[in-house]
Design a protein around this ligand. Structure first.
Ligand SMILES: *Cc1c(COP(=O)(O)O)cnc(C)c1O
Length: 393
């Protein structure tokens, strides 16, 4: 297989090198408070091997992969939920089962491998929490130094995780967008590899692996895939994964990809439902992993979603909390609020799905990553008891 970079805006092709992040020409058009200009995508050309594996379709050779079991996450068949919703072919992809308990490990895995391939030991990033704890963990496995900029409001579990993995952690007085700006400046001054989502093309490329896996696990392309979305990097990767399979002649069609967002952080859905442009608005959702003012991968996602007939579904935070508890209590799978946003989106879009269709909901992070928010969706146990007689029915 041959791999190169292709600009998602102007289509110009480039050789893959660690110095190149966004298209130098399109980057000149970057406006403040707008999604990244000139996001690069990996192009694959050639004949895939007959019995292809996920590694065959990645631009970094397997010898550089970090020693951490990323991906191959379980595909749940939720019997109770299937019966209740009348969807016998409903599946939940449990990406909270990754080593650091979130989907972000797919991106960190490939970034780590790419850095290793080029002898780069330092990796820098900004994160709302999961990308940072993920890069810290995967970097620890690979023996790389990770420097991380996190908003001070990030859930404690995610900060503690990153510190346990030995990352250098800077809490930033401000939101993710500000942490992002600081990490970019740090990279300019100190070098190393920058893993910021969408800015490093390997993040999108790593995230496509979920689609390759789904195709293999199901033995077919699903009809619908629900993706919780903030920056738009996961959904961009999901679309690219299926598009690669179609381009290579392995699959013959695309699924309908649903962009699930919270009402309080819906920049991509507003752009998709509108004229494709982005107006800055402060994000406020309790699903911290999808709380984004300006989605980094916004432009590329709008283009991909329009090309492939993607759909939007926007849900209030209350529906996310409800979906989280419903998923937990009916299946045994406890996902964090961002993960539950995809579930809430599927419930809201139920009428657009027919019973014979195959539906996949991406549960992107483990529920224990943010217990404070999860508590809002359940009843506290109440006063401690001292005797069975204290129990009132
Ligand atoms: C990052 C993240 C998302 C959203 O991914 P984007 O690429 O920002 O759209 C969803 N769920 C979880 C758990 C995440 O960590």
């Amino acid at each position: 297989m041959n791999f190169s970079y292709c600009c998602t805006e102007c289509g110009k092709r480039y050789e893959i090198t660690p110095e190149l992040t966004v298209c130098p020409d399109c980057a000149k058009t970057q406006q403040p408070d707008q999604p990244l200009a000139g996001v690069l995508e990996v192009m694959l050309e050639g004949e895939p091997p007959q019995n292809w594996t996920v590694a065959d379709l990645l631009p970094v050779p397997a010898e550089y992969f970090p020693p951490a079991p990323v991906g191959d996450t379980p595909l749940w068949e939720p019997r109770n939920l299937r019966a209740e919703l009348g969807l016998p072919n409903l599946f939940i992809k449990d990406d909270g089962a990754n080593p650091t308990s979130s989907f972000k490990d797919r991106a960190s895995f490939l970034v780590s491998a790419f850095a290793k391939q080029h002898g780069i030991k330092d990796i820098v990033l900004a994160s709302t929490g999961n990308a940072g704890s993920s890069m810290a963990g995967i970097g620890a496995a690979a023996g790389q130094r990770v420097t991380l900029f996190l908003p001070e409001a990030a859930p404690p579990a995610k900060i503690i995780q990153a510190m346990q993995y030995g990352a250098r952690v800077f809490k930033v007085r401000g939101n993710y967008d500000f942490a992002y700006a600081l990490s970019q400046e740090y990279s300019r001054r100190h070098g190393g590899m920058n893993r910021n989502t969408a800015y490093n093309p390997m993040t999108l490329e790593g995230k496509k692996t979920v689609s390759l896996e789904l195709f293999r696990q199901l033995g077919r392309v699903p009809d619908h895939v629900f993706v919780p979305t903030g920056d738009g990097c996961i959904i961009g990767g999901v679309i690219k994964g299926f598009a690669d399979l179609v381009r290579l002649g392995i699959a013959e069609r695309m699924p309908v990809i649903w962009c699930a967002q919270s009402e309080g952080s819906d920049a991509i859905n507003r752009a998709l439902d509108g004229d494709g442009t982005f107006a800055k608005r402060s994000a406020t959702t309790l699903a911290d992993s999808i709380s984004v003012d300006v989605p980094a991968n916004g432009h590329a996602v709008v283009r991909q979603m329009r090309e492939h007939g993607g759909r939007t579904v926007t849900v209030p935070d209350a529906a996310i909390l409800k979906a989280q508890a419903k998923l937990s209590s009916s299946t045994g799978l406890f996902t964090e609020p961002a993960g539950a946003a995809a579930m809430a989106g599927m419930l809201a879009a139920r009428k657009h799905i027919s019973p014979d269709q195959t539906v996949v909901v991406l549960a992107t992070g483990n529920g224990l990553k943010d217990t404070k928010t999860a508590m809002q969706g359940v009843h506290e146990p109440g006063r401690a008891i001292q005797s069975i007689d204290d129990i009132k029915e």
